[in-house]
Each structure stands twice: as C-alpha cells, then as structure tokens.
Design a protein around this ligand. Sequence first.
Ligand SMILES: [Zn+2]
Length: 159
Amino acid sequence: MNSYITIDGWRSNIRFSSAHIIPEYEKCGRLHGHTYAVHAKITGKPDEKGIIMDFTAFKKVLRDIVNDLDHRVLVPEKSKVAIIKKGKNNVNINSLGKNYEIPTKDCVFLPIKSTSAENLSSYILNELINSELLTKNIKEIEIGVDEGFGQGARISKKL
Ligand SMILES: [Zn+2]
C-alpha cells in the first residue's frame, strides 16, 4: 500500500512572482514574468501517529525556498546561451545579442542551465532534499512548478 500527502501551491499560497529570460526560445527570450506555484507530493510510510509529514513544517520549508525567488530576476548561472557577468552592483546578461543590466540585489542566481519550469522544479527538489526536513519514512518526493495556471512541470525522486 502506498500513502502520500500533497500540497497544492495555488491553494496553500506557496507561490512566487519572478522575471526571467529563456534565450533558447525566441518569444521567451524577451524579459518577462510569471506567477509560479509550487506543488509537492510526498510518498512514505505514516508514523505511529498516522502522519507521513507535518504539513505546517513542510509548507514552511517550501515557503522559505520560494521566498528567496520571489520578486526577483531568476538568473541561470549555468546557462550555455546567455553570457552572465556578475558585478558588485549590477549583473550584465547578454542574451541573443541583447544586453540587460540589472541590479545584482534584484537577481537570484540559480545553479541551473535555464529557468524553465522543469529546471526550477529540479532546483526546488534539491533544496528540499538539502533542508534536513526529510525523515527516513519518506520514500519519494515529487515537486511541481506551475508557470501560471494550467501549465507546469513535475519532477520526482526516490529516496
Ligand atoms: Zn517564461
């Protein structure tokens, strides 16, 4: 028998609004924004109290992760397409021959190749795994990132 808990980011208010550029696609290569919601599914064995994981503690960790992304420009540090030069005050992003100069403190630098919903899901999943929140009874985690309503990516990892 498999038990799991789910969190719906739209309804639980685990959301963030950020700007990004995806130079790999022409339309997304223009600086634009989304409101994102983060969803989670945790599969595991309920403990003696019948609980897989405490919802409140779990939501707090997810909120802490997304708060770092909220109202910022998401910068994919490992981009192979955009050329990113990080200065003390400003970041210069050269993407598709266009130059963006953005205050460094308005940016968040992510260890991913592009800020697709897929890669953001993967980033959040890794942050969650590093958070020390996860207990031994948890067998699998799925994280989803919706880019606005009705479209999003999901990623899962067995522990
Ligand atoms: Zn976008």
